[in-house]
Each structure stands twice: as structure tokens, then as C-alpha cells.
Design a protein around this ligand. Structure first.
Ligand SMILES: [Fe+2]
Ligand SMILES: [Fe+2]
Length: 170
């Protein structure tokens, strides 16, 4: 029997993952406007990753005999001060998501829902990675400051990022 509280919290998390995807796509669009195709590519890959996260929850809720119920997604931010501000916002956003994943894990423990605890472990680890990746780029962009040449170099570097395996295959 799939716990109703866990099911509700997972439906909330599907909304957050899709909202994250939408925020990153908006950040990609901002970078397209700045003519920084590498950063735009990085954000488009991030968009796909968040979509994949939403699908993990979607499949899991269904596998447990639950019911997915999609919720409204808010307007994402469209304007930013600088590439640095974009990544600072991305990092702050990931920290917020980490809090929600931890709360979800705590709920699964409280409800003695062992399969959900195992399922959520992947997300606990993923959030460590998400914060590290965004944090590393914040550090890099803080260091280069107003150096246009360095920004172009970093743009080329981050543009090497590849979409997650299997994304878009279906
Ligand atoms: Fe995510
Ligand atoms: Fe994320």
C-alpha cells in the first residue's frame, strides 16, 4: 500500500522538478540573448536533467499504484543582472530543492515507507552533485569578474556538457 502522504509529497516534487526545468530553460534563453551559446547549452542540458528527475518520480508513483496529478508551474524569472547572478540563483534554487528532498526522505522514514527511502537515496546523492556543479561555476564566474575574454573561454568550456544518457530517446 502506497502511503497517501508520501504520494502527495511526491506529486508536489514532480511539480518542483518541472518548475526547475522551466527555470533553467528561461536561463538558457537569457544566455542565448547574450550570445553565450555554451552557457545556453549547459542550461538546456540542465533543463533535460530536471525533466528526467520529474519522470523518475512520475514512474515511481505509478509503479507503487499511486496516481500522478500535475500541478501549475509558475512564471520563471526572465531577466538577470549577469551570468554570475544566473548561477547564484541556480545554486540557491538547488539548495531549496535539497531541503525538499530531505523533507521527503524524512516523511518516508516517518511513514515507515522503506521502498520510498531507497528510491529517494538517488535524489539525496544527486542534490550533492547539483549543488557542487552550480557552486563550482559560481566560483569560476566570481574569479573572472569583468574579463570578457575569460568569459568566452568559460562559455566554450561549459558548452561541452552533454545531455543525460537516454534523454529524448522515447
Ligand atoms: Fe532535480
Ligand atoms: Fe536540480
Amino acid at each position: 500500500m502506497f502511503d497517501k502522504k508520501v504520494q502527495g509529497a511526491m506529486n508536489d516534487q514532480i511539480q518542483r522538478e518541472l518548475e526547475s526545468a522551466y527555470i533553467y530553460l528561461s536561463m538558457a534563453a537569457y544566455f542565448e540573448g547574450l550570445n553565450l551559446p555554451g552557457f545556453a547549452q549547459w542550461m538546456k542540458v540542465q533543463y533535460r536533467e530536471e525533466e528526467a528527475h520529474a519522470f523518475k518520480f512520475y514512474d515511481y508513483v505509478n509503479d507503487r499504484g499511486g496516481r500522478v496529478m500535475l500541478q501549475a508551474i509558475g512564471q520563471p524569472p526572465t531577466e538577470f543582472e549577469s551570468p554570475l547572478e544566473v548561477f547564484e540563483k541556480a545554486l540557491a534554487h538547488e539548495k531549496k530543492i535539497t531541503g525538499h528532498i530531505n523533507d521527503l526522505y524524512a516523511l518516508a522514514v516517518q511513514q515507515n515507507d522503506y521502498p520510498s527511502q531507497v528510491f529517494l537515496q538517488w535524489f539525496v546523492e544527486e542534490q550533492v552533485e547539483e549543488e557542487k556543479t552550480a557552486g563550482d561555476i559560481v566560483t569560476l564566474l566570481s574569479r573572472i569578474g569583468d574579463n570578457e575574454h575569460a568569459l568566452i573561454m568559460v562559455d566554450r568550456e561549459v558548452g561541452q556538457r552533454q545531455p543525460p544518457a537516454g534523454a529524448g530517446a522515447e
